[in-house]
Design a protein around this ligand. Sequence first.
Ligand SMILES: Nc1nc2c(c(=O)[nH]1)N[C@H]1C(S)=C(S)[C@@H](COP(=O)(O)OP(=O)(O)OC[C@H]3O[C@@H](n4cnc5c(=O)[nH]c(N)nc54)[C@H](O)[C@@H]3O)O[C@H]1N2
Ligand SMILES: Nc1nc2c(c(=O)[nH]1)N[C@H]1C(S)=C(S)[C@@H](COP(=O)(O)OP(=O)(O)OC[C@H]3O[C@@H](n4cnc5c(=O)[nH]c(N)nc54)[C@H](O)[C@@H]3O)O[C@H]1N2
Ligand code: SF4
Ligand SMILES: [Mo]
Length: 792
Amino acid sequence: MTQRTAYRTCPLCEATCGLELTVEDGRATKVRGDRRDVFSHGFLCPKGVAITELHDDPDRLRHPLVRRGDRLVECTWDEAFAEVDRLLAPILEEHGRDACGIYLGNPVAHAPGATIYAPVLAKALRSRNVFSASTLDQMPKHVSVGAMFGTALSIPIPDLDRTEHLLVLGANPLASNGSLMTAPNARGRLRAIRARGGRVVVVDPRRTRTAEEADEHVRIRPGGDALLLAAMVHVLFEEGLTRPGRLAAFTDGLAALEDATRPFSPERVAEHCGVPAADVRRLARELAAAPTAAVYGRIGTCTVPFGTVTSWLVDALNVLTGNLDRPGGALLTTPATGAAHTRGEPGRGSGMRTGRWHSRVRGLPEAMGELPTSTLADEIETPGEGQVRALITVAGNPARSAPDSDRLDAALSGLDALICVDIYRNETTRHAHVVLPPPSVLQRAHYDVVFTRLAVRNVANWSPAVLPMDEDALDEWEILLRLVGVVTGQGPRADVAAIDRFVALEAARREAATPTSPVAGREPEEIVAALVDAAGTPRVGPARLIDLMLRTGPYGHGLADGYVPPPEPAGVGPAPSPRAATERPDVDTTLAAIRDHGLTLAALEASPHGVDLGPLRPSMPDALRTPTGAIQLAPEAFLADLPRLEATLGEPVDPEALVLVGRRHLRSNNSWMHNLPLLTGGPAPCTLQLHPDDAARLGVTDGQTVSIASRAGEVEAPAEVTDAIRPGVVSLPHGWGHDADGARLAVAGLRPGTNSNVLTDDAQVDPLSGTAVLNGIPVTVRAATREPVPAD
Ligand SMILES: Nc1nc2c(c(=O)[nH]1)N[C@H]1C(S)=C(S)[C@@H](COP(=O)(O)OP(=O)(O)OC[C@H]3O[C@@H](n4cnc5c(=O)[nH]c(N)nc54)[C@H](O)[C@@H]3O)O[C@H]1N2
Ligand SMILES: Nc1nc2c(c(=O)[nH]1)N[C@H]1C(S)=C(S)[C@@H](COP(=O)(O)OP(=O)(O)OC[C@H]3O[C@@H](n4cnc5c(=O)[nH]c(N)nc54)[C@H](O)[C@@H]3O)O[C@H]1N2
Ligand code: SF4
Ligand SMILES: [Mo]
């Protein structure tokens, strides 16, 4: 028997844990947390353990599928791409570029092949109909920070390991493992705040596991965060507690923000946000008084009617209390592969614009080159020029993840062509004409381009593939580039290597033309030729582009040979102390050496547990990319949404009305990973949580099947009566409903659960970002008159 150990960053959520895998005779047999990982120090969760099951899952697709009548059958790659070309070429030819849409799902952000090459495909398509999971998720944050700090990714990250006060709104990192805050072992890091005398406050309609770990749980009404935060801003101004400190020198809009929040006194908003006025005042005072503090909001602050305004006010509080851009506050990262706020001329930029075009049917604004996924069904169903007749999905399951999903599911089934790059035949891909499966995550190299940009510490990890690809397999980036070949008219057998080289040369050309780049003025060919591995073999694909990004990033020295890490000490060392996250004198030495010589991919390849680039560092005003070079505390467009917010104060508060919110479960991952036996034990997670008072009023008992109805649809689910939820609020997780005909998810089908997005309403969006409203959906609940039909 041959046995070896492999190290790999887990790509399954945003926490980026280091995994240690045992590989026996070519099979990954065991997974543990990598105790020497510079960031996760051995932490992992059950999903990380299940990564081998994901690889071995018999339902995971190993071969492309093509539609023959009402069946999807296995075929060769050549047959699959020939069919893609046969379907797409005439649609693009006859109906124009917009007739083919593209939808990019969440795992696109979790694998560099897709992170880098899916946008290349979207660009090559030259369609306005680009959709993604971002408008079901964090687009309000992109739009708010884009206006305030100048780029869509200028997202302040809470300095979790040093803060003395953390105010969390609408996030449950103990279940989600953190989002827009990459922090492996969120629980340990939250506990450390309290252990060093700090305070954690969680604002959530549910008493979550995170709320249980906190000093205080504020049981807000769903959607009430914009009011709560506006009132906290109001209190800071009213009571003279604003202390922007050094930020004042480069912050515009203080007076405008003060004026704009004047109508939102705690006394006026209390009933509507569900937080007593005295508590609002105290929360504001405590935030202002804390030596350092960070305000952090996530799903519950984004997928709501005032998502952008809420996201803006989160950072407005960070600015007003002087906590933005200071240790212990909320800071921008300095990621090894760079970001828009580290590139180009320091301190100034063109800013972020939205609404450069609008969706055809509902006139919703573009943001980051995308249209809202909430209007995808409209664009498919509505005839006329620009109607979406074909759709490419990459790592997405919009038939379960998007609002009013019954409608979208039906729309998908009516497309002239649906091409899916996906590893499962699930609720979306069952409608496909062609399914193109990438290899399993263990068969692909990894670098977390996205989440290293959002991490509470600057780190860099490269993971080589743990297992070889299957014979005949295509890597995800190769699949995407062959699709580029089709949509650019090069046919089904385009030269992937040539397109890839073109992409690399374009990236090199952009760098060469950037005066501040360490490769400024060099020849693109020369730059690309220097992107070789330690043996001198030219790199290709994502590895080549990541090497370029590292060499031209904040720690890069262009084409220089670069930093050589010291050899790995043999054997597994002792587990680092919990303090390791902050107190690492060795990090300063490493960082100095990296700064002297420059970071390259070769250096990361020689560092299987990653490279620690230290805690977050103040970077403003240099990192600002607004046209004025200043923080925009009161962007016009956001001020203009406040009258709509004020108008909600005139709506009656009906004590008997129910609203639906979502929730996440540690052993689940959006709509997938439900097919892995390791994650399916324990009580069924897909229950409708409701408060005992509501249950009593409705005559519902624990475990009973209830019917939940909204404007969009009606579903049934078992009731879970719990006082952990605020009265008037019910909660159902999303991503379930695995009983669809034509899917192949044998394990998930045994316990299909209920699809909550039958209830969410695609007509409701946050107008500034086009983001779906997925929380706070008005519903009625009653005891079901019949038992649910069992899954087939
Ligand atoms: N009601 C409600 N709805 C929600 C949410 C909510 O909180 N409430 N959350 C929203 C959020 S935050 C998000 S991000 C979206 C997610 O929305 P989506 O991205 O549309 O959905 P996922 O469930 O993440 O689907 C991932 C798909 O990628 C496939 N996949 C997995 N790994 C790979 C891979 O390596 N390569 C490829 N090509 N495919 C792969 C899976 O089989 C699956 O089909 O859902 C949103 N929907
Ligand atoms: N295990 C697991 N981990 C995941 C995922 C998963 O599906 N499973 N999904 C990943 C993805 S794609 C994302 S985007 C992240 C999301 O990461 P988080 O945002 O941390 O995830 P949630 O658990 O959905 O937490 C949202 C919380 O908001 C609360 N909430 C709902 N409405 C409101 C409101 O109006 N106001 C306030 N203040 N709170 C409200 C909900 O009760 C819930 O507790 O998680 C990621 N990690
Ligand atoms: S917390 Fe996230 S990154 Fe860490 S092991 Fe679990 S799924 Fe993987
Ligand atoms: Mo998400």
